[in-house]
Design a protein around this ligand. Sequence first.
Ligand code: E4P
Length: 215
Amino acid sequence: MQLYIDTANIDEIKEAAALGVLDGVTTNPSLIAKEKIDYRRRLAEICEVVKGPVSAEVIATDYAGMMKEGREHAKIASNIVVKLPTTVDGLRACKAFSDEGVKTNMTLCFQPLQALMVAKAGAFLVSPFIGRLDDVAEDGMDLIHKMRQIYDNYGFQTKILAASIRHPKHIVDCALAGTDVATVPFGVIKQMLNHPLTDSGLKKFVEDYRKAFGG
Ligand code: E4P
């Protein structure tokens, strides 16, 4: 399973990239608003650090506006993926970009038929928001399982990018369900290597060795 970081903060991206296992980045308008920086300038900075796919979301919600903004985003670097909402206009833009060879990430996906439609339109990535489904007492993982089955039934190549991840258990469940990619906030990436028995076990190994041999 590939690992993306879900942030527009450049320090977090650099720190995660230094781990050596980061495959890409997702951003969204809310994340960039937190940074209070020009969106395209930040995207260019991110593409300098990470060579894998970097999702750049459009603000426009109409077809023509999405095409215009998406084309501008795509000029920033060759690894930009144009992120579009899973709406009627977004679907049309997805098909147009796919036909032009521009990669897309279809965001705000909340039900399996949206996933089926964007796959038919040639989306490179689709982002089911599992945490936001859990937030309204639905089951985000149930959506992932349904999407995996539908894509496997028909051999769709669109990658399932689990988004809106809240905690490490989401990532374990995604990996077991055959999710292609998980995009994870920096705080949760840091939790991925944690186990108290690793910490206490390491402490004991070092103590035992020092007791016997000094140092
Ligand atoms: C995905 O691309 C989105 O940026 C993101 O995962 C949204 O997550 P949230 O529900 O925590 O805002």
